[in-house]
Design a binder for this molecule. Structure first.
Ligand code: ISE
Length: 337
């Protein structure tokens, strides 16, 4: 008989609710066993219609529930560290939404706790690694068909930001994806980050300088730049152009349906990340479930979470001083070789 992973989802907000639906309807080999939210009414609404799933207000209670054998953490980042340490102590599979933790010191503590456990239990929710075009570009880089990769140009545009989205969050919450993407594409660590603040939009809330231009360098000297623009109004856009010795490759462009009607031609702009990366999220969670049932992880590790947290720390420093700030990393433990 094939085992089914009984998952506790912690956090029933925007991303948690999306993952609960996905686990309940599209993912095979897993069921939602519990939903935890400080807002119990929200947890109850999330389990409505899911057979045998309980709604709880306390994560500890879910982790101690004998019916739970894996955890998906989708709370705000400041709660991740304690939840991760509690789940590692129970030696259960963990899918943790990005960022691993909001600062580099706590991310390193999580890596050390997992290293002590002696096996990888944490998969970090960098879903772009499961996007079909990201995978196609990564394969072209690996097989060298266009020669060496030289530069990456990223555009990351959001329609608007939720209340409380600080200037630092442009780096910690948004550009963290590009830090992971650059590491994923190149297979190298990032060595420095610089942030340039140019002409801002008047549509940004007070305290946010938007857009920003982030310059990234990797171990072999690949240069990447990111336009992070989080109050772009028109919709959601994540795109990359890669420059190789023998050509260029663009991903994340608009897709069909392409409509000609009513005297106009074109298509629809993606409204947000849930729609833009819906298939990638499905593939990510399926890969996590399949791997968890084998006792493994099926995607980016706690080391990837830690390394990107180190890039974010450099990025936030660079936001403030305008300098090219080195990324400081501890030596990579053998567990993540
Ligand atoms: C959000 O938290 C995400 O993870 C989205 O993918 C990203 O595009 C957005 O900028 C973040 O705020």
């Amino acid at each position: 008989m094939t085992k089914t992973l009984r998952v506790a989802v912690i956090g029933a907000g925007r991303m948690g609710a999306d993952h609960i639906q996905r686990l309940n309807t599209r993912i095979s080999g897993a069921d939602v066993a519990a939903v935890v939210d400080v807002d119990l009414a929200r947890a109850r609404a999330a389990v409505d219609g899911i057979p045998d799933a309980v709604a709880l207000a306390d994560a500890e209670e879910a982790l101690n529930n004998g019916d739970v054998d894996a955890v998906l953490i989708a709370t705000p980042g400041f709660l991740h560290k304690e939840l991760l340490l509690a789940a590692i102590a129970r030696d259960i599979p963990i899918l943790c939404e990005k960022p691993l933790t909001p600062d580099v010191e706590s991310s390193w503590q999580v890596v050390q706790a997992e290293e002590k456990l002696g096996r990888k239990r944490i998969q970090v929710g960098f879903m772009r690694r499961f996007d079909a075009e990201y995978l196609a570009l990564a394969a072209m880089i690996r097989n060298g068909e266009l020669g060496d990769l030289l530069m990456l140009h990223h555009q990351h545009r959001n329609p608007t930001t939720p209340p409380g989205f600080t200037n630092e969050m442009l780096i910690n919450d948004s550009v963290v994806h590009e830090f992971d993407a650059v590491r994923f594409f190149t297979g190298e660590e990032i060595t420095s980050v610089q942030v340039r603040l140019g002409k801002p939009t008047k549509n940004a809330p007070a305290g946010q300088h938007d857009p920003q231009h982030v310059l990234i360098e990797t171990e072999s000297g690949v240069l990447a730049d990111v336009e992070i623009y989080v109050n772009a109004r028109f919709g959601y856009e994540v795109a990359t152009q890669a420059a190789f010795e023998e050509g260029t490759v663009s991903i994340g462009g608009d897709h069909g349906p392409y409509v000609r009607a009513g005297g106009r031609w074109g298509g629809n702009v993606t409204p947000g990340f849930e729609e833009r990366f819906a298939k990638a999220y499905d593939a990510e969670i399926q890969s996590w479930v399949d791997a968890a049932l084998r006792g493994e992880i099926g995607g980016p590790s706690a080391w990837d979470g830690y390394a990107t947290a180190a890039c974010c720390a450099a990025g936030v420093e660079a936001q403030k001083n305008g300098e090219k700030v080195p990324v400081r990393l501890h030596a990579r433990p053998a567990l993540y070789a």
